[in-house]
Design a protein around this ligand. Structure first.
Ligand SMILES: [Cu+2]
Length: 95
């Protein structure tokens, strides 16, 4: 049992080195109501530096953003959506 948890710990450390900077955040964007809203939100986020990918979904009113956290922060992302008229809140954040 002890051996197993040591192995799990070692694997976890290897899988997430401390220099890893790529983060994923899921945002709730309740103000998206029509087909063009997700594109406006997506475009605003993509303007930021270090954005790897942005997926927006009108049905669930969600945005999933993959970004480099040495270049952009979650605050920057929510600020960018706010700037184009869409308030967003974090549902889930992680690496
Ligand atoms: Cu719209």
């Amino acid at each position: 049992m002890k051996k197993l948890s040591a192995l799990v710990l070692a694997t976890t450390l290897l899988a997430s080195p401390i220099w890893a900077a790529i983060q994923t955040v899921s945002l709730s964007v309740p103000g998206m109501y029509c087909a063009s809203c997700p594109f406006i939100v997506q475009g605003a986020i993509q303007e930021l530096p270090g954005i790897e990918s942005v997926e927006t979904d009108l049905d669930s009113r969600k945005a999933v953003v993959v970004f480099d956290d040495t270049l952009t922060s979650i605050d920057d992302i929510t600020f960018a959506t706010m700037n184009v008229g869409y308030e967003s809140t974090v549902i889930e954040a992680g690496s």
